[in-house]
Design a protein around this ligand. Structure first.
Ligand code: ADP
Ligand code: MG
Length: 260
């Protein structure tokens, strides 16, 4: 499988008026095309910083990042974000929100509009296309946000805690949808989450970061028997609890050190 994302010895230090914060140090990671990788770690371990670096929104202080063979020097539309807040515009309809990314990138054409309409049909939102975000549930709003992301045709999707604002049952249902949609599209995904079971249920691999400055503490391939990609069946696999214990084992020391 070709490499989609390569981080080589990446470090990041934020410079502010009050001093320097070493957020990440010597992070090397390779992510294959179509792979779904989870990033977990204690708070302060630099998880969203890692995503911003991959997206080219900030520049690494050391090392380099290569996405599909090209060194990342800025944000060029290869990577899309899915965030905790759906960032839908309340005064635009579902369809107009779904078209927003294309509009901003000046890529709204009859073909891309038709494709967005198809995505709305495919993901059960066609009947809602003329409604406004306030008329939708949290889970449906996130689906619209995902379609807005997919309409722009990204190769990489960076997910920053996209499920954490939802109630538990909506979260399980959206996890299943998002996983199916992104897997089907063959998009390479990096999911930042503080929820260990969520990472195991959705990802092919889970990377554990240490306390600040974040370094790779563990990088575990997740192999669950019987389960393919459906997060709900994966949660029922016999090895699920073992993975939870191993990942928590990798994080426990860092978490304890923070509260010591
Ligand atoms: P996490 O979500 O894993 O806690 P973040 O990437 O949000 O990690 O933050 C890592 C560290 O970098 C934290 O100590 C945070 O305070 C600091 N940090 C994050 N963003 C900025 C910023 N824009 N300016 C200065 N410091 C930042
Ligand atoms: Mg944080």
């Amino acid at each position: 499988m070709p490499r989609a994302i390569e981080l080589i010895n990446v470090g990041h230090t934020y410079m502010t008026d009050s001093g320097e914060t070493h957020a990440l140090q010597s992070v090397s990671l390779g992510i294959a095309e179509g792979e779904f990788v989870g990033i977990v770690g204690p708070s302060g371990s630099g998880k969203p910083t890692l995503l911003s670096l991959m997206a080219g929104l900030i520049k690494p202080t050391t090392g380099e990042i290569v996405v599909f063979g090209k060194r990342v020097t800025g944000s060029d539309g290869t990577s899309a974000y899915m965030l905790q807040q759906d960032c839908l515009l309340e005064w635009r309809s579902v369809l107009d929100n779904a078209l927003l990314g294309l509009e901003i990138m000046h890529r709204l054409t009859p073909a891309s509009r038709a494709r967005t309409n198809e995505l709305l049909v495919e993901y059960g939102l066609a009947d809602f296309r003329h409604l406004y975000p306030r008329q939708l549930s949290g889970g449906m709003r996130q689906r619209v946000a995902l379609i807005r992301t997919l309409a722009a045709g990204p190769s990489v999707c960076l997910l920053d805690e996209p499920f954490s604002a939802l109630d538990y049952t909506s979260r399980l249902s959206l996890q299943a949808d998002v996983s199916a949609i992104l897997r089907q599209a063959g998009i390479t995904c990096v999911l930042v989450t503080h929820d260990i079971p969520e990472a195991i249920a959705l990802c092919d691999r889970v990377v554990v970061l240490t306390n600040r400055p974040g370094k790779v503490k563990a990088d575990l391939p997740i192999a669950l028997s019987g389960a393919i990609h459906c997060p709900m069946s994966r949660r029922q696999a016999p090895e699920f609890r073992e993975y939870f214990a191993r990942i928590w084992g990798e994080m426990e020391q860092s978490v304890k050190a923070k509260f010591a």
